[in-house]
Design a protein around this ligand. Structure first.
Ligand code: AHR
Length: 827
């Protein structure tokens, strides 16, 4: 790598034939990227694109970094552009990027100033800062020459980008004006009688432990910090640490965190309660209690049993009272007594508690009734009635909301959680299986703690319970591209954020073995090492894993590539039947997308994961995005996507834009194999990212408008796409783009399913001609129609379902303004 850069630097030139002065700069505060200005004939400088950022730094985490200072541009003898810049203010990291045209950039590279390449840069670069005046303001930068044709191309390019940005910023709140003269429309939808197979797995879910989706969310555990392993470095929340969510009342209990002879080295901390006073003083004294406040309180259902479990050792026979107590009234809603025998070793205890009242603010109180030193750990309270009644299972109402989406696959455990904030934070799947006390708790890069009680085994179990394919995503031995945490491998300013680190190559074989072991855990016979562990966890039958993701929207750098290739080929060699899902970066374009697809083609990767969070209008105007994708070779998993409006609401506008786009995704279901909206879950008051598909609190589950779009698609998916042509009778291209349709067939039922979207403020009446599918004289077609409608800003749509008896396969259907209609026709 270094060699090529030095070679490139040796040939750098700042001169081009031709005669335009080009000024190269970036804002002095480092915000923004490479900007260019050109000297006009009148001698004045003009900012190209009014300060357009041609490329931004990708170095370091979001927020505090990704900045650029003192950009320098050069051309190589081959005519390529090389950009060098300071990626940190004091210049202890040098960034470099290359481009053939200043518009499309290859992935960035970074160097220490002492690096040979950087030294070459320093010696070659005659950096003489110049100050010019643009619009009367002084700007620092440097000047080089380029030709007028280049300037012309740049102007056109920026104008085009700005035109697109303008287009994508069209929101429904401008519809009144935009479509002020639009009258109700008519159109035709004609099925032409041909069809193609599409993926039956198109609709799935993306589960990541973000927004308290797992601990405090889907995972059924009601005790917060049950293992006393919260680490102060995980969160900025006041008091965050091993005793977070725990407290004592009264003056007879000294509570401390101890570490001597823990249950397991992976869980070094436990609670030590030094209880003073004898039975006489404590027996009637409920004031001396050890209390857990749950995740914002514990929610209990009247009459439902809850299983309290803990591990304890005590140096004196210890009667205990345990109770679930309303914080508001102080009333004990359920209580039980048990006696702990004096023991040097950890012992397990269990008791069922059944509250006699509903409560949403309960605490768990443990009241010791004798003096002694009581050690406690893994204090857990679970509803017995979890989803499908599984021990260590999932919160039933939330899991049901996910099951109701009828997802054909579940991706887990992220997102960024999968590749982690720095190498030390990569989600190691092995640390998430086995006995709960032996699992390795993990810092969650969204700013909290993962018990990993909801670990790989539970994810697999959930997939089986809802009949969805598991799609685990593992890191490609590189951490998140936005990492901000050094790891044990970090050693200089370049690796200080962990971002540019790959697992050292001499450790890669171990890592690859971990990946292969996961497949054995899921699919191996019980006689295999990892298959046996699955059986020990209660599941002797294989989970039948078919897909595995390697990497999550990573920067496609050399560091990534060499690791990805090794992992991919090892998996394909050992398990050719497994579909490997690679990654093409976080956007629908740009260097990671381009390089990711190049790599996919070169390596013949089975499938790649595309991500894009975009304006609703991007979805409206890019319905042809997949139309020209190569049908042979690498398939697409649209793994993270959502429509984002300013302020990030979920409303009818976002839901309809997604419904519209999905008609195009279905049309391309021969190349797009899977898709999943992201993120999935968000807990009230603990939300790091909006919008999400489902919001929830301890007491309620609130599906969004977008949820209903995904549910309607999930409930009505097909495996065959019936080709059709849609024609809307208007010359207004913007109106045309807002009406969409797709027809699929579900081989399980034989039903035909029409999905029709009208994202316009007027009705569109569609004449639907299915005579090429049904026999001409078919009469009496039974159909079920669901219409979701509402004003664009509505967050609560109207959803109505009715039965419609059609007397012919040629019929007229009115699509209400701002509506999504699903019609299921018996065949
Ligand atoms: O979905 C939220 C985050 O978005 C994911 O963790 C990450 O992959 C993407 O940037």
């Amino acid at each position: 790598m270094k060699k090529s850069i030095i070679a490139c630097l040796m040939g750098l030139t700042t001169f081009c034939a031709g005669a335009n002065d080009l000024f190269v700069y970036s804002p002095d505060n480092g915000e923004g990227g490479l900007r260019l200005a050109v000297k006009e004939a009148d001698g004045k400088w003009r900012k190209i694109g009014n300060g357009y950022d041609f490329v931004k730094s990708d170095f370091g985490p979001w927020g505090s970094h990704k900045k650029m200072w003192e950009p320098q541009l050069f051309t190589t003898p081959e005519g390529n552009w090389v950009l060098l810049f300071r990626a940190t203010k004091d210049g202890d990291v040098i960034g470099m990027a290359e481009s053939q045209d200043l518009m499309n950039w290859r992935p960035q590279k970074y160097f220490l100033p002492s690096d040979t390449a950087a030294l070459a840069f320093r010696s070659r670069v005659n950096f003489i800062p110049t100050t010019i005046a643009i619009d009367g303001h002084p700007v620092n930068g440097n000047v080089l020459k380029t030709d007028p044709a280049t300037i012309d191309k740049l102007d056109k390019y920026v104008a085009d980008r700005q035109r697109l940005n303008q287009l994508y910023s069209e929101h429904c709140d401008g519809d009144k004006e935009r479509f002020s003269s639009l009258k109700p429309l008519k159109g035709t939808l004609v099925a032409n009688g041909t069809s193609k197979e599409i993926s039956p797995l198109l609709m799935g879910i993306f589960f990541e432990d973000i927004n308290y989706a797992a601990d405090g969310g889907l995972y059924g555990e009601l005790i917060q910090n049950r293992d006393f392993e919260y680490d102060p470095s995980e969160s900025g929340v006041e008091g965050w640490g091993p005793s977070y969510a725990w407290s004592v009342t009264g003056d007879k209990i000294d509570f401390s965190i101890a570490t001597d002879k823990p249950i397991h080295p992976n869980n070094p901390n436990f609670a030590r309660l030094d209880v003073k006073g004898g039975i006489a003083t404590l027996i009637n004294n409920g004031d001396n209690a050890f209390i857990n406040s749950g995740y914002d309180g514990i929610t209990l259902k009247k009459g439902d049993p809850y299983r309290l479990r803990f591990k304890a050792r005590v140096n004196n026979k210890m009667p205990l009272e345990v109770a679930l107590v309303s914080a508001a009234t102080g009333r004990k809603l359920a209580k039980a007594k048990l006696t702990l025998e004096s023991t040097r070793d950890w012992k397990d205890y269990e008791v069922l508690l059944t509250p006699d009242e509903h409560c949403s603010d309960a605490t768990l109180q443990i009241v010791p009734k004798n003096k002694g030193v009581l050690d406690m750990d893994m204090i857990s309270l679970f509803p017995v009635n979890t989803f499908k009644g599984r021990e260590n299972g999932l919160r039933a109402d939330l899991a049901q909301a996910l099951a109701d989406l009828k997802p054909r696959f579940v991706r887990f455990p992220g997102g960024c959680v999968a590749h982690g904030n720095g190498l030390d934070n990569v989600y190691d799947w092995k640390g998430s299986i086995g006995k709960l006390e032996e699992r390795k708790p993990l810092y969650n890069l969204w700013g909290y703690h993962q018990t990993r009680g909801l670990g790989y085994h539970e994810y697999f179990q959930f997939c089986e319970d809802i009949d969805a394919e598991p799609l685990p995503v593992l890191a490609a031995a590189v951490p998140c591209q936005n990492s901000g945490r050094p790891s044990k491998y970090s050693h200089d300013s370049l690796t200080t954020f962990g971002q540019q680190e790959g697992l050292p190559m001499d450790s890669l074989d171990y890592y690859i073995q971990d990946v292969l072991d996961l497949i054995e855990y899921a699919n191996g016979p019980v006689t295999s090492e990892w298959g046996r562990k699955r059986a020990e966890a209660g599941h002797p039958a294989p989970f039948n894993l078919k897909y595995i993701g390697i990497g999550n929207e990573d920067m496609i750098t050399e560091v990534f590539e060499e690791r990805f290739k090794r992992i991919n080929s090892a998996v394909k060699q050992a398990y050719p039947e497994i579909t490997v899902v690679g990654t093409v970066g976080p956007f629908y374009e740009g260097s990671d997308y381009t390089e990711g697809w190049r790599l996919a083609k070169e390596e013949n990767i089975d499938m790649v994961d595309e991500h894009y969070y975009v304006d609703p209008a991007w979805l409206i105007y890019n319905q042809d995005y997949y139309d020209d994708y190569d049908r042979e070779g690498t398939k697409v998993y649209l793994g993270e996507w959502a429509a984002h409006l300013p302020g990030r609401p979920s409303n009818m506008e976002t839901a309809l834009a997604e419904a519209l786009y999905l008609t195009a995704v279905e049309r391309n279901g021969d190349v797009v194999s899977m898709s999943s909206y992201a993120p999935l879950l968000a807990k009230d008051n603990h939300t790091q990212w909006r919008p999400d598909l489902i919001y929830f609190s301890n007491t309620d589950v609130r599906p969004t408008t977008d949820y209903h779009t995904m549910r309607l698609y999930g409930e009505n998916s097909g495996n065959e796409y019936l080709n059709s042509s849609l024609d809307v009778d208007t010359n207004d291209e913007k109106a045309k783009a807002r009406v969409g349709a797709s027809i699929v067939k579900d081989e399980n039922t034989g039903d035909l399913i029409l999905k029709l979207v009208n994202l316009l403020p007027v009705e569109t009446s569609l004449e639907i001609d299915l005579r090429n599918i049904y026999s001409q004289n078919k009469e009496q077609i039974n159909s079920l129609r669901t219409v979701m409608s509402g004003m664009p800003s509505d967050s609560k749509p109207s959803i109505k379902t009715d039965r419609v008896m059609l007397d012919s396969p040629f019929f007229t259907l009115p699509l209400a303004p701002y509506s999504f209609t699903v019609m299921r026709l018996e065949n």
